[in-house]
Write a protein that binds this ligand. Structure first.
Ligand code: GLA
Length: 385
């Protein structure tokens, strides 16, 4: 990854024009998985891993996107713009351009140069960080202004409609609204949020199982379909239910016999995990770190057993993590079926934990995991180079 001055220089050499540079982060989710599209709660935090986008306007109606890291350039005509992407990585940028134009933003044309260090296919939202960086950059080149919520929503639409991945709103939202040191307690129905500070004596350690995760893959879509099916069946019993968020665990239990077992379990995960977000917020605020950690392990069990969204490697990482000194709790984070675990660890043990986890995972699986002691970073913004 280039630094922002290096990226700015590269853009100048490539296009002959000075750029404005924007940064948007990836995220880790502490708890509340597959709750966003059910209108529930989640608790994501922005990471230092991010995408940097340098952009300048063009005179012709073309969007030309260059990735320094991939050493590839992809160009799109903006007039007319295709309705769907063509399966290229730059579709995330083009989809955002299309959504900005649909919102009435006048995009003349733009050159966008990208670099980033969010691990790809690892469940840390490299896609959302690319979309949000692109939105800030294209708004910057066009002189457009937009509220952060609108930006997050249009990035989600870009991913849903142009890229074709059925994601919810969590990743884009935290990429916009993240705050250093804090996680977001995010109500995905009202889009209200509050911050909760991670106690300073804790660190987040992220370990990549190296099993590739993708929201565009069939399993994410299938789970979402099951949650929507459950919501439809429950709405027949409980009039007024529009999202699974509207159903309590007691109501779900009362309806158990009329739901297919698989659908019941998927719904039980979503409703209970959404509840864990609010319980977790209160535990963090009252300093009950041990309770928070235990709850993360419960959340992992729910994700693994009720939602069937884990994999053997991620289960191994979690089991190994909770047996190591200094670890309060650990779980698979993100869309599931691979990707990373997040562990909450005592700060002075974080580095030895990270190294021991790598050793033990290597011994158990033969896989060498990427792993990091992470700081919680800020949301998207312009970088003055
Ligand atoms: C992916 C999606 C999000 C969310 C999570 C699961 O990251 O992009 O919208 O559904 O999975 O919590």
């Amino acid at each position: 990854m280039l630094t922002s001055p290096e990226l700015s220089q590269r853009h100048l050499e490539w296009t002959g024009r000075a750029a404005r540079v924007f940064r948007a982060p990836g995220r880790v989710n502490l708890v509340g998985e597959h709750t966003d599209y059910a209108g529930g709660f989640c608790m994501p935090a922005a990471l230092h891993f991010s995408t940097l986008a340098a952009a300048s306007a063009r005179e012709d109606p073309r969007l030309v996107v260059h990735s320094v890291d991939l050493d590839e350039t992809v160009a799109y005509d903006l007039a007319p713009m295709p309705e769907r992407g063509s399966g290229k990585w730059a579709d995330y940028v083009a989809g955002v351009a299309r959504q900005l134009m649909a919102k009435g933003i006048r995009l003349t044309g733009a050159d966008v140069t990208l670099t980033g260090d969010v691990p790809r296919n690892a469940g840390l939202s490299s896609s959302a960080s690319l979309e949000v960086a692109a939105a800030f950059a294209l708004l910057g080149t066009s002189g457009g202004e937009m509220d952060g919520r609108e930006i997050a929503l249009l990035c989600q639409r870009a991913e849903n409609n142009f890229v074709g991945a059925p994601c919810g709103i969590m990743d884009q939202f935290v990429s916009v609204y993240g705050k250093a040191g804090d996680a977001l307690v995010f109500d995905c129905r009202s889009l209200d949020y509050e911050y909760v500070t991670l106690p300073v004596h804790l660190r987040l350690v992220i370990a990549n199982s190296m099993v590739k995760h993708s929201v565009a893959g069939g399993e994410y879509r299938e789970r979402r379909g099951q949650v929507e099916e459950g919501t439809r069946l429950l709405a027949e019993i409980y009039p007024g239910v529009r999202l699974l968020r509207d159903v309590s665990l007691e109501q779900l239990e009362a309806a158990r016999t009329v739901l297919p077992e698989v659908i019941y379990r998927r719904c039980r995960h979503v409703i209970s995990d959404s509840g864990r977000v609010l319980a977790g917020r209160d535990m963090l605020r009252s300093g009950n770190v041990a309770g928070f950690g235990r709850m993360l392990v419960e959340a992992h069990a729910s994700y693994r057993d009720d939602f069937a969204a884990s994999c053997a490697e991620c289960d191994t990482l979690v089991e190994l993590a909770v047996g190591l000194p200094g670890c309060y709790g650990s779980r698979l984070t993100g869309g599931g079926f691979g990707g990373c675990t997040v562990s909450v660890v005592e700060a002075d043990k974080a580095e030895s934990f990270r190294d021991a986890l790598r050793e033990k995972y290597l011994a158990a699986t033969g896989i060498s995991a990427d792993r990091w002691v992470c700081e919680i970073g800020d949301g998207a913004r312009e970088i003055v180079v």
